[in-house]
Design a protein around this ligand. Structure first.
Ligand SMILES: Cc1cc2nc3c(=O)[nH]c(=O)nc-3n(C[C@H](O)[C@H](O)[C@H](O)COP(=O)(O)OP(=O)(O)OC[C@H]3O[C@@H](n4cnc5c(N)ncnc54)[C@H](O)[C@@H]3O)c2cc1C
Length: 306
């Protein structure tokens, strides 16, 4: 039973009715294309709506969870209790001098394009990461020797008391796929990035080169959440998985990609359970064969199906 439905009216007072979705099938909203229903899915279009929604959730003890573009999320088959706030319509981007200020739901690709348009360099690394600014700050996303910590100036956040604060780069405490946002459960409303004046031709060249690398090495034709595991110190997860003989290994509709063993993909109408079972199997085999612990990079939320 959806016990949170009674709160629908509180949100409909300041949302368009189509942006308050009851029993929303999360598989439609995340890259992996798996996951049961969220009791209430909110799609805010402004920071003010985000702030007000969080306030209502706190005041009424409604559990809430924020989602950016859903590109690093595995939602379990039993769905998510309470409110899911999908932020990718809060997406303004402003460029001034060598600074870009982007709202939490802006796609990294769009920030990268905005940088290119103003011949600013430094953000090219993120052009192919299919996430939002908020999701990227949350996990200090990175690729090809670049990462958010190299370019971020500060982020505007909602802290646990509901206060809006600006955190400096140091206060964000960005490490390998970690941040203070992750540790303290803050919400990113926007972030400022410091870039440098560059040459449009060179920026374009880097973006094209990184896009080609991604397309040739990653199974972009299948739903996934990118690299399933964090890089264990001294190893590469993909190589360990391949050496364990698991390339192409399937469980239900989930499979280890043939193209890149670091990716678990939704090959054929997988359930979240198929993916979780495969993740556990990979962890066991790699531990058994090489003594290395693999930790998921993908965030796992929700409940098992009863
Ligand atoms: C094909 C593919 C390739 C990928 N390649 C890379 C890569 O090269 N490098 C890399 O780092 N990642 C990569 N990823 C993973 C993913 O794109 C990144 O982790 C991205 O930063 C996630 O952003 P998102 O908006 O989709 O976050 P979501 O998946 O929506 O959420 C992930 C986590 O971030 C939290 N979150 C989201 N927005 C906010 C916010 N505003 N405030 C607080 N918390 C928030 C969520 O609560 C959740 O815990 C890849 C994924 C795919 C599918």
């Amino acid at each position: 039973m959806n016990q949170y439905r009674i709160f629908e009216g509180l949100f409909k007072e300041f949302y368009k009715s189509e942006n308050v979705i009851i029993n929303a099938e999360m598989k439609k909203y995340v890259h992996f294309r798996v996951g049961g229903p969220a009791d209430i899915l909110l799609i805010p279009e402004s920071k003010e709506q985000v702030i007000k929604s969080i306030k209502i959730c706190k005041e009424n003890n409604i559990p809430y969870f924020v989602v950016g573009n859903g590109s690093n999320l595995l939602v379990k088959d039993g769905g998510v209790k309470g409110v899911v706030i999908k932020l990718n319509e809060v997406k303004n981007i402003n460029v001034y001098d060598e600074t870009i200020e982007a709202e939490c739901g802006a796609m990294l690709k769009d920030v990268s394009n905005a940088a290119l348009e103003k011949s600013l360099t430094g953000f090219e690394f993120a052009c192919g990461i299919p996430g939002t600014v908020g999701g990227a700050v949350f996990m200090n996303a990175g690729a090809y020797d670049g990462e958010i910590s190299h370019v971020i100036d500060s982020a505007e956040v909602i802290d646990n008391d509901g206060n809006i604060r600006t955190l400096s780069k140091e206060e964000l405490d960005l490490g390998y796929r970690s941040s203070i946002i992750m540790k303290k459960n803050y919400i990113v409303l926007s972030a400022k990035f410091n870039l440098k004046n560059g040459e449009v031709r060179k920026i374009k060249e880097i973006v094209e080169d990184l896009t080609n690398k991604r397309e040739s090495k990653q199974p972009l034709e299948y739903p996934s959440a990118g690299s399933t595991f964090k890089r264990p110190t001294g190893y590469y997860a993909g190589k360990l998985i391949q050496d364990a003989g698991l390339k192409g290994y399937t469980m239900g509709g989930a499979a280890v990609s043939e193209k890149h063993s670091g990716f678990v993909i939704n090959k054929n109408n997988a359930t979240a359970k198929d993916i979780l079972d495969l993740i556990a199997h990979i962890q066991n085999e790699v531990k058994k064969q090489f003594g290395v612990d693999l930790h998921p990079e993908v965030r796992i939320i929700g409940e098992d199906k009863k």
